[in-house]
Design a protein around this ligand. Structure first.
Ligand SMILES: C[S@@+](CC[C@H](N)C(=O)[O-])C[C@H]1O[C@@H](n2cnc3c(N)ncnc32)[C@H](O)[C@@H]1O
Length: 491
């Protein structure tokens, strides 16, 4: 398998830690929650681990650390509990050729496009691109104006309402039901259903896409399924309308713009229903384009089991499961660098927020082993449990590092209590052979949507560096904002 990834080909300077570029190419394909920028990860991999060394990310998310490690000529192991994360990461690590994805999109278009577009047909046979909803009433129908890129905004007519009503009682056939807990933080509850989050028309159209995609051969199917996960939030009633965004400050432009699905299951009073075909095609096309621009092949990247990667028989493994159970299977003193962005306490309940994606993928993950603090009481995911699990994680990791090994942990949490596992680990770190070297601020990518805007929230993550046997921190020279103390949360 050729690893064809387009991103970083030159050694990264320390300045990338404070000014990462927006996501490009394949990294821009999917907005997995809490994505980290590529450049700083690459910088750390290049400076902290040796050529051919083993880099492990036990909380992999969308795969950036494994991909950067492979690009830098290291072996890599990535683990995540979330099937959506693992499947995105595997697609990016072993992407299909652009032609396979292009043909897949054409095949889905042949089988489903016309029928989907027909469900948006409005006056004069035009196809609506967007519907503006005000609560449960259809307020506007947008169609593409004939000239330029401007749109025409129409008042809904009888035919629009009749067409819409013809799908009102549609129940999804190929999407499994969503499993929710009562969590006010992200606005969900056990009864919340797909029919609350989508119009019947959108659900019928998603079913049509899923039916066509399921007929594709495996590699093409996976590329299209993941394109659908990347687009599905934008097909929902959770797309808010942005108003009053005047160009001259303080002036209301009166123009409405299309927002995007943001963290949580909020259905704003004023929201959009976006044409499902357009959403899907845009994402799938983005993937095809990113694959076409994968110019360089950096040699064979053979995927294998964790054991194979450890003994050098394979380059990488991306594994779905609980890190606390999987990490102990690695040999002691085998890892050069643990580079990871673990769950940040109550910032993002990943599995709850990935329900839509996992439903599209036909996955039903187990919520029980997730390390997280969730407002959903029923889950029992408290700060206390979180502290215990994270402390356990550090204790498992320490003996797996080589004598010269390091652990870099990205962390950011508003409440002092969320740092308790570090407060408890630090005094005993020396017993595990690890020494805390210091930390530096890690700025988010410009296009990241993970900023915590709550009062007292930290505006960057911190890269917390631990080295085995106090090996020294020579590689840290030149990192902007480096300090030897722990960051201090305000509350
Ligand atoms: C902060 S995110 C990582 C995001 C990643 N840095 C990226 O760029 O996409 C933390 C990840 O930990 C995963 N996770 C939570 N508990 C886990 C467990 N027990 N074992 C493995 N992964 C877990 C979540 O599914 C989530 O993807």
């Amino acid at each position: 398998m050729q690893l064809a990834f387009p991103e970083l080909t030159v050694a990264q300077p320390a300045s990338v830690l404070s000014a990462p570029a927006p996501y490009r190419g394949l990294y821009a394909f999917h907005k997995y929650w809490g994505k980290k920028p590529a450049e700083p990860l690459r910088y750390l991999i290049e400076h902290v681990s040796p050529d051919g060394g083993l880099v492990v990310d036990p909380f992999l998310g969308s795969g950036v650390s494994v991909l950067e490690a492979l690009q830098a000529g290291r072996r890599a192991i990535g683990i995540d509990l979330n099937p959506a994360a693992v499947r995105i990461s595997r697609l990016l690590a072993a992407p299909p050729p652009a032609d396979v994805a292009r043909l897949a999109l054409e095949t889905v278009a042949e089988g489903a496009k016309e029928q989907i577009l027909d469900s948006y047909r409005t006056v004069g046979g035009k196809i609506a691109t967007h519907f503006v909803w005000d609560g449960t009433s259809l307020a506007k129908v947008w169609v593409q104006a004939r000239e330029g890129r401007t749109r025409a905004e129409l008042t809904p007519c009888e035919e629009d309402l009749a067409l819409l009503n013809s799908f009102a009682s549609y129940r999804p056939r190929l999407l499994r039901n969503l499993r929710f807990f009562k969590n006010s933080r992200i606005n969900c509850y056990p009864d919340l259903s797909l029919n609350d989050l989508f119009t019947g028309r959108a659900l019928r159209n998603i079913d049509l896409l899923l039916a066509r995609i399921s007929d594709l051969p495996p590699a093409a199917r996976e590329a299209m399924l993941l394109s659908l996960t990347a687009a599905v939030g934008q097909m929902s009633r959770m797309v808010f309308a942005i108003t009053n965004r005047g160009k001259a400050s303080g002036r209301d432009s009166g123009r409405m713009e299309v927002g995007s699905w943001v963290i949580g299951y909020w259905r704003p009073q004023q929201h959009f229903e976006v044409n499902v075909w357009n959403c899907f095609e845009r994402r799938a096309d983005k993937l095809v384009k990113a694959l076409s621009s994968c110019a360089c092949a950096h040699g064979p990247a053979v995927a294998g089991t964790i054991a194979k990667v450890c003994d050098g028989g394979a380059k990488y493994a991306i594994v779905q499961g609980n890190s606390l159970e999987i990490l102990p299977s690695l040999p002691d003193r085998s890892i050069d660098l643990v580079l990871t962005d673990p769950p940040h306490s109550d910032r993002i309940p990943y599995l709850e927020l990935s329900e839509l994606w996992n439903a599209v993928l036909g996955e039903t993950p187990s919520f029980e082993p997730e390390i997280v603090v969730s407002n959903a009481r029923e889950r029992g995911k408290t700060e206390r449990e979180y502290t215990k699990a994270m402390l356990h994680f550090l204790q498992i990791c320490a003996p797996k590092l080589k004598e010269s090994g390091s652990l870099v942990l990205f962390f950011n949490a508003r409440e002092r209590t969320s740092w308790a596992y570090l407060d408890r680990f630090l005094p005993k770190a020396a017993e595990t052979g690890l020494t805390y070297s210091g930390c530096f601020p890690l700025v988010y990518s410009a296009s990241s949507v993970v900023q915590d805007n709550r009062d007292g929230a930290m505006k960057t993550d911190y890269g917390l560096v631990f080295s085995r046997f106090g090996r020294g921190a020579g590689f840290l020279v030149g990192i902007p904002g480096w300090v030897c103390e722990m960051p201090k949360p305000k509350t």
